[in-house]
Design a protein around this ligand. Structure first.
Ligand code: GLY
Length: 633
């Protein structure tokens, strides 16, 4: 079944159960300093899972573009990919276990309303209990009744697993959850490809995966195709407390569902990926069967890169840009290893595969290609620079005469590390340049360096999404003032392309083709500070998207759906956003200063922000700029 057909069926199925479709949020999360990428559909919904009312109601459904950096090194095993689309449905304190299990089963097995998967191919896992959270016998019973109706034996089909397999939160198992994080036990469904699907060889290697094959043994016979999380707990200092509401958070990987409907144990052989795989094989003149790992890496990494670039990212040495750089360079390494020269046709084929569901990729193709090719040039330069650095180091250390720069040379691990730190060249690249070195010594040096950087990163990521600290809230409102002021100064073509707010600073990205002058920066700061001084009231209203646009609301939003949105007003009064009258006695302006789509949170009055100061303004890429600012005392 094609991707677009599955997507349509899923959304229709849950709309019939009174769910409202919500937008696909940006791959780069807005205002969430805890993570670099959106990696599941629930991520943008955290405040609502914790109890805040969602403007579109209690039953939601969507398809979310996701990226999981943690899986980069797993790609190559037929089933791991880094970029994927997650089907998601949520109950925010509405229905719970019974409805979710029944509906998902119907979606999977009904020919007419869903995917029509053969029931005897499906297996189920449930939570076996942990500490004071009991075994999930309720889900077991619901599954058991369902299976019996279909004349399947529950004892052969339902498996209990512990917290390492049947517990879900954004941060993993319960012990990894920071205080305040929502999570819960889950029930998963697995598709059975049979003991030797596609390959004709037994998957289960007893030495690697244990004596007995079972849904969670990881040998590849079974593929998890959907996870219903019963999100009812919040982590506390001492354990867990119940959330104010019992939620359902369902996530199912579209690519895996395609694999199941097409009975393809290798995701890269499904209708979504196989044309890309064929193209890579054609361009490199290599057989897929003989170079599966390299070809899967090329297909996966460039697919992720295409979506990242289309989300306004550029390769760099920092944060998301660094991951994008790593993907492109690792993809190129594998492409060159197979003898590939020109990556264009591969990018073209990837975009072609998503044309039905993500038309905008076609429109952005020239930009995507230009960014990847620019990075390829930068990479080639880095390789040349790394080589030069190594040669210089070797000559300085008396290890090499100027006329001996040929053939395979053994270099000290320290020198290899220097080329890694300065030019980003890893072991594979060094080897391709003809160097050998002590891998163990190099990995120890890398580890030492990572420990130091990890400490920095941990510090940085401890904010938590529930970072509603005073400074962060002030920062959110400050970005609205900044956005509006920039548009007033430079016209309405200017708009925000991203933001990231922590208690330390505000980061704001926007489209503009030049550096701001000192005088402009001063004017910008002065205007925002004036609005802070005016102590404007801030309030939000929930309204239909059409109305929101009518009243001129700005901000990042998806044009596709005409549902309710949350709109924040800075200045003006509730209920009369464009009114000239003021009745509260507060120093209101006649009209709101800023009207913007946003999830919040915000200050009640702009005076709480106290001060706004720009500390840096820099280029982010072609026609993209970034401002760093601080707020507060
Ligand atoms: N949010 C559920 C999942 O990602 O599996």
């Amino acid at each position: 079944m094609m991707a677009s057909e599955i997507l349509e069926k899923y959304i229709e199925f849950f709309k019939k159960q009174n769910h409202v479709q919500i937008v696909n949020s940006s791959l780069v999360p807005e205002n969430d300093p805890t993570t670099l990428f959106t990696s599941s559909g629930m991520q943008p919904l955290i405040p609502y899972l914790l109890g805040e009312a969602h403007p579109q109601g209690k039953r939601l459904v969507n398809v979310q573009n996701c990226f999981r950096a943690g899986d980069i090194d797993e790609v190559g095993d037929n089933r791991h990919i880094t970029f994927f689309r997650m089907l998601g449905n949520w109950s925010l304190g509405d229905y719970f276990k019974k409805e979710q299990i029944l509906w998902f089963w119907e979606f999977l097995t009904s020919k007419e309303k869903g995917l029509g998967l053969s029931k005897d191919k499906l297996y189920v896992s449930v939570f076996e209990g942990f500490k004071n959270i009991p075994k999930d016998t309720e889900s077991y019973e619901i599954w058991s009744d369902l299976l019996k109706k279909d004349e399947l034996n529950p004892e052969e089909r339902i498996f209990y697993y512990g917290v390492d397999k049947n517990w879900w939160s954004r941060t993993g198992v319960s012990d990894n959850m920071p205080v305040g994080e929502p999570g819960g036990l889950d029930t998963e469904v697995f598709y059975d490809f049979g003991p030797s699907a596609n390959s004709g060889q037994e998957h289960h290697d007893k030495k690697k995966f244990g004596d007995k094959c079972h849904p969670n043994c990881d040998c590849g016979r079974y593929l998890e195709i959907g996870n219903s999380v019963f999100m009812q707990f919040k982590k506390t200092e001492t354990g867990f407390e119940e959330l104010p509401q019992k939620n359902v958070d369902f996530g199912g990987g579209l690519e895996r569902l395609i694999a199941a409907t097409e009975n393809k144990q290798d995701i890269f052989q499904t209708s979504l990926f196989s044309p890309v795989i064929k193209r890579i094989a054609e361009v490199t003149k290599k057989e897929y069967e003989e170079h599966k790992e390299e070809i899967q890496i090329i297909a996966d990494h460039f697919t992720a890169a295409v979506f990242m670039v289309s989300s306004n990212l550029f390769p760099s040495n920092k944060e998301q840009g660094y991951i994008l750089r790593r993907l492109i360079r690792r993809g190129l390494d594998n492409f060159y290893t197979l003898g590939g020269i020109n990556i264009d046709p591969i990018l073209e084929q990837i975009v072609e595969q998503y044309r039905d569901t993500d038309e905008y990729l076609v429109e952005k193709f020239e930009h995507i290609k230009a960014v990847v090719l620019e990075e390829e040039q930068a990479y080639k330069k880095a390789l040349a620079g790394g080589k030069k650095l190594i040669e210089k180091e070797l000559i300085t250390r008396g290890l090499l005469q100027g006329d001996e720069l040929m053939g395979v040379v053994k270099i000290p691990a320290e020198v290899a590390f220097k080329s890694l730190a300065s030019y980003g060249l890893g072991p594979t690249q060094l080897e391709s340049l003809g160097y050998t070195f002590d891998r163990k010594e190099l990995s120890e040096l890398i580890k030492k360096h990572q420990d130091v950087s990890r400490k920095g990163a941990e510090k940085k990521f401890t904010g938590g999404l529930a970072d509603h600290s005073e400074k962060t809230v002030m920062g959110h409102t400050a970005t609205h003032l900044l956005h509006k002021t920039l548009r007033d100064m430079f016209g309405n073509d200017l708009h925000q392309t991203g933001s990231n707010i922590t208690s330390e600073r505000v980061r704001f990205d926007y489209n503009f083709d030049r550096k701001l002058t000192d005088e402009e920066i001063k004017r910008l700061e002065d205007t925002v500070n004036e609005k802070i001084k005016e102590n404007l009231p801030v309030h939000f209203e929930i309204m239909n998207l059409v109305k929101a646009k009518d009243i001129g609301a700005i901000g990042l939003f998806d044009e596709k759906y005409s549902d309710n949105v949350k709109v924040y007003f800075v200045g003006g009064e509730k209920g009369s956003p464009t009114s000239d009258k003021s009745s509260s006695g507060r120093p209101l302006t006649d009209k709101p200063y800023s009207v913007e789509f946003c999830g919040g949170p915000h200050v009640d009055f702009t005076g709480e922000i106290k001060r706004f100061k720009i500390i840096k303004e820099e280029a982010l890429g072609r026609s993209l700029r970034r401002i760093y600012a601080v707020v507060g005392d």
